[in-house]
Design a protein around this ligand. Structure first.
Ligand code: CU
Length: 333
């Protein structure tokens, strides 16, 4: 499939799409924000400038630490951080190439029939009931369209269930009303609870930057995984059905009590990624986010060695290491 070739194009489109002249909202969100649809020439120029800047900075987006999380006014997928999510994004675009023309064609046909064949314009209607050519076309046409959709769709489905290599790491995620428990399945298992970060805990946790640790998405203990490593996730629940979902990785799996579901991901970029429980599980369903921190292999090794004994100490050391690295990187620019 021509995925790789189209990814650059997708990234450009996405960047353009998000490049809106809005102010990053402060929390709590203002409820009475008005939406203006008209665009002044000045805004248009600024928009064009933003697009140009966006295009110019594109090559650099892949480097450095990134965070994937929902954006205000987001209308499309989060930027892909795994090969599977690249394929999902490609497939969505590909599907639109069929959906949009078909919708336009049907609308045009409808409009044409309504106008051209209304009683006033067409007082004596034709009594034709069969037309072999048209019937063959409207049967074979959709069959061909469905074939074009089915083949890449099944390929994607197969890829989602087939890791390219044996997972190097297995993590069990258990949904609980209303938080997640994680267990690293190692010789010496490391397990911890991950709770949503409350506003009054930010200072103590050193997570005051809301662009990195957004309200309702940040947690106290993130899952930490090494970059470019296939990670298997075993998903289950202890009380009711939850669902483990990470949009930037293209995974979403139900967490069912008494059953183990399995998924995997191989994150391509270091960064902090956010997802949420995606199966309505009770009153605090909205308050059990999922956070995965993708780090360099050596940072992961240091973290996992210490996490079993002293999790918060290991997390602090990891955050300091990441911040140090980011500062060095920005100083070097
Ligand atoms: Cu839930």
């Amino acid at each position: 499939m021509p995925h790789v070739a189209s990814n650059a194009f997708l990234a450009v489109q996405m960047r353009v799409w998000f490049e809106r002249a809005y102010k990053k909202p402060e929390f709590p969100l203002r409820q009475n924000r008005t939406v203006r649809l008209a665009v002044s020439p000045r805004e248009m120029t600024r928009g064009m400038k933003n697009i140009a800047v966006g295009l110019a900075t594109l090559p650099f987006l892949a480097t450095g630490a990134v965070a994937a999380q929902p954006e205000p006014w987001q209308m499309r997928f989060q930027p892909a951080a795994t090969g599977i999510m690249h394929e999902i994004t490609w497939f969505e675009q590909y599907t639109l190439w069929f959906i949009v023309p078909i919708t336009i064609l049907v609308m045009a046909l409808l409009g044409w029939c309504i106008l051209r064949f209304r009683a006033k314009n067409n007082p004596t209607p034709s009594r034709t009931s069969h037309n072999t050519l048209i019937e063959v076309i409207w049967t074979v046409g959709p069959v061909i369209v469905l074939l074009f959709l089915a083949v890449p769709s099944f390929q994607l489905l197969t890829a989602q269930y087939t890791p390219e290599e044996d997972p190097a790491l297995t993590i069990k995620a258990t949904g609980v009303q209303w938080y997640w428990d994680y267990e690293y399945q190692l010789e010496e298992p490391v397990s911890f609870t991950s709770l949503m970060l409350k506003e009054d805990e930010r200072a103590d946790a050193g997570k005051e930057d809301k662009t990195v640790y957004p309200r309702l998405l940040a947690v106290d203990n993130e899952i930490v995984v090494p970059v470019d490593t296939t990670v298997r996730v075993l998903v289950t629940a202890s009380d009711v059905i939850h669902a483990f979902a990470m949009p930037a990785f293209g995974i979403k799996v139900d967490a069912v009590p008494g059953r183990i579901n399995e998924t995997w991901f191989k994150a391509e970029k270091e960064g902090l990624y956010y997802g949420q429980c995606s199966e309505l599980c009770g009153k605090d369903h909205a308050y059990m986010p999922i956070a995965i921190r993708v780090v360099a292999q050596d940072q992961y090794d240091t973290w996992i060695a210490a996490a079993g004994e002293d999790l918060s100490g290991a997390n602090e050391a990891l955050m300091a290491a990441i911040e140090g690295k980011t500062k060095v990187a920005s100083a070097g620019e």
